[in-house]
Every structure is written in C-alpha cells, then in structure tokens.
Design a protein around this ligand. Sequence first.
Ligand SMILES: NC(=O)N[C@H](N)C(=O)O
Ligand SMILES: [Mn+2]
Ligand SMILES: [Mn+2]
Length: 433
Amino acid sequence: MIQISDGEGFLERTFLSPASFRATDVIISWMKDAGLTTWVDQMGNIHGRFEPSNSTDKALLIGSHMDTVIDAGMYDGALGIICAISALKVLRVTGKLQRLTRPVEVIAFSDEEGVRFQTTFLGSAAVAGILPESILQVSDKSGTTVQEALRLNSFEASAAALGQVKYSPESVGSYVEVHLEQGPVLEALRYPLGVVKGIAGQTRLKVIVDGSQGHAGTVPMKLRRDPMVAAAELVVTLEGLCKDPSRFLTYDEECGCFNEESLAGLVCTVGELLTWPSASNVIPGQVNFTVDIRAMDDLVRETIVASFSRIVMQRCDHRLVDCAVEHKHSAAATPCDPELTAQLKRATRSAVSAMAPGGHGHAGAESTATPVLMSGAGHDAMAMARLTRVGMLFVRCRGGVSHSPEEHVAEDDVWAAGLALLRFLDQHAVAEL
Ligand SMILES: NC(=O)N[C@H](N)C(=O)O
Ligand SMILES: [Mn+2]
Ligand SMILES: [Mn+2]
C-alpha cells in the first residue's frame, strides 16, 4: 500500500482521495482472497466478513485505518489492516475459517487521521454511530464539504446513509486493533509486542488571527497590527503552558488536578500554520494555525484548552489584533477493556515464545512479561469504544518514529503480531475440534 499515494515521492492517502480508491480495490482483493464477503459502506469504510453458518454469537471486529498523514510512514494503519486480513487468510488455508464460532469482520476505516477535514475518526465514528449529521457540512481547505466530497464519489451523503453505516451494540462483541506503537517504549524494553491499557484524550483547535495587511517597508513597527508575530508568540506560549502549566494558570483555572501523574502524556503540537497573502514584502492580513493537545487526564486537557483560549484572547487584545479559537475535534481518553487486554496479553506471550529459538522468548526480548502501555497516539479504537469493548496490540517500531517516511517495523515483529492475532482468534473465535 506504500505505492498507492496521491503524493509524488512521498506517501499521502487522505479521505476520498484518488489513491484511497485505488487502495480500496487492493484491500477488497486481499479480503476476497482470504475468503471474506466484502462491501464498502456509505462512509467509504471497507468491510470483509466471515459469517459462520449457524452462529448466534456477537461479531469480533478487527480493523485499523487505510488513510495516512502527509509524507507518512507505510505502517501507520496499513499494518493493522494487513495483519487482520492475513490472519483470516491463514485460518482459511488451514481450514479453521469454517470453525469460527462467531462472525469475524475486518474493517479498513476510511478516515482516522482527519488530515483533510480536521475531524478524525470519520469512518469508525460512523460505524460506532457517534458521527453527527452536522459533519456533512464541514469543509476542507478548498471549501469542499464532506457531503460534496462523498457525493462526488457516488456516495449518498445523507443522514439516512450515515445511519446505515452504524452497527448495533448488540451485534458486536468486541473490537481489536493491531497498530505500530509510534513510540519508543517497546524498543527500550527490547520486546516486539505490547498491549494497550488506554488511549490519551485529544483536542484539535484552529486559531485565526486577523491584523492589518500592509507594506513591509513603509509601516512603522509601532503602528503595526501584525498577526504573524501574535501567532508566533502564541505558539511559543502554548509550548510553555504544556511544559509548565502552573506558570500560566489563573487561580480559578488551577483546579488542583495538576500533579506528576495527571500531567502524564500532556503534549501540544502546532503542525500547520497558514498566512495570507504569504508574500515576503507584505505584513500578513491573516495567520491561522492548528493546535493539537493531548493528555491521559481529560480534566487536565480541558483545563489547558480553556487556559490557552484565554491567553489567545488576552495576547491578541494586547497586540490589537482580532482572533478566534475554533474547536475542531475532541475525543475523551479511552480505557481498553481489561478482559480483552488480558486475552491479547496471553496471545502475545504465546506468539513471542513460539517465535524465539528454543521457545525461551523472542530473540532479543529481555523480559517475558508482555508490556502494557498507554497510547499518546489516537486510534479508531477510541471511536469503536463507544460501540463495544476494545483492545489494542502494539508492535515495536524503530526509534519510536512515526508520521514520517522513516517509520519502520522489523519483519520478525510483523510476524510476531500476525501470530499473536492468530493465537487470539484461536482463543476467542475458533471452535475446538
Ligand atoms: N485521530 C488521531 O489521533 N489520529 C492520529 N492517529 C494521531 O494520533 O494524530
Ligand atoms: Mn497516524
Ligand atoms: Mn494510526
């Protein structure tokens, strides 16, 4: 799937882009090869399902996302989809598919990263039934709405169509996702796989700063209303706020929720900054930038968001520029299901042991206990947790690097993940002979 890109020389595959439809065709072919019944739903999610003849059990869903960030690594999302389809292919070739006691369905979600519409989880939120109809009117940088983009690609793009995508809670037993860790912990522990205890909450904002556009050579510094300098001050201030909140919080904002533990995983990022008219000899008229704030503790994240919004208003007033803070997206911190996580842990132990020479633990693994991690990255499991219980299996990645072409997962570790998923399926969904 690395070659299926809208970018020249880099990987980019965003929601409903031309490359996303080429990837859809390839994923469908893989799903069919694994013996699955396939379809594409009204939000562009790709489904591959095996329905045992007389099962009354709730379905096991296994998935991840097919979309990417810009200049992405090739494993983020794709690894989980390929792992899931491969595991079912192995069940097929070993004759175990027919022994499944419950429906097992692979879902390749159409939009997890939220790059195009700054929304995220468009695909999984639709399956979970938590996508508001208002999402259809959100527009991308070109002004195209979600509804227009869907209709341009022959989707119905109506509230009724969104409703058709939704799964009923009583039809689903659990959701499992395999994903590269995107962090350095497993590499540091010299262990190929880990299970996820929970996923950090996240908020995405867009800050818009308006000033007086003007001539770079004739407007005296004292008479300027320069949105670029205001934005620059805000970006640096945001960094300080997340590094040491106590320096910036007012007495009212200091909710007593800040301590070493609750501040765990508090991070902020300004990934995108746009200016108009973007000419070297013009004082900008407008600057806008994105804000991504995450924390394991929702109260900490909400307090930081409120405090930063206050600071934006105060600093822009001081600089006589106008500003607005738009809330684009928020997702609460999400715990993974303890029982599902324990099952994934057992499956991981079994796979790692089976892969090591002599069965004494995976080559290079210093410990035999499967690491249990928190995830700072967001995942479709956050949306799916609103539908059913979720579990995640993390795969070690080189240097913890992700959202970069340097992203890399060792082949042995991919094998270990596939084996662990197979072991999990054996425990969870395949009838004994
Ligand atoms: N929705 C998201 O959080 N997308 C990515 N996985 C992220 O962590 O930014
Ligand atoms: Mn990602
Ligand atoms: Mn991802």
